[in-house]
Design a protein around this ligand. Structure first.
Ligand code: FES
Length: 103
């Protein structure tokens, strides 16, 4: 489990954090925060170096867009989903944790 400050997250600009040894891409969309695996499923590229628009993070290298809610790619060349993490928010505190089935 990891806690970050909501105020430190800039809408549209993903942030890389480390959760139990795994790189995670955090994205603020309005008042919500999403957390997905930081590695693009197409190649070894950090998604937190890309851009967030609506509920999608876009890989900067070849442009695949991943749905932050499901981890599924909605455009080629990526065809495999990335992991999705659990987030919850209490005021300024955002908690990120592994889903139940991956603990
Ligand atoms: S490395 Fe991300 S789409 Fe190719």
């Amino acid at each position: 489990m990891l806690e970050v400050s909501f105020a430190s997250l800039v809408p549209g600009r993903p942030t890389k954090v480390n959760l139990d040894g795994q790189d995670v891409c955090l994205a603020r969309v309005g008042e919500e925060v999403f957390a997905v695996g930081d590695l693009c499923s197409h190649a070894d590229v950090s998604l937190s170096e890309g851009e967030v628009e609506d509920h999608f993070v876009e890989c900067w290298l070849h442009g695949s867009r991943f749905d932050l809610r499901t981890g599924e790619p909605e455009s080629f060349p990526a065809t495999t989903a990335i992991p999705v993490y659990v987030t919850s928010r209490d005021g300024d505190t955002v908690t990120i944790s592994l889903p139940e089935n991956r603990k």
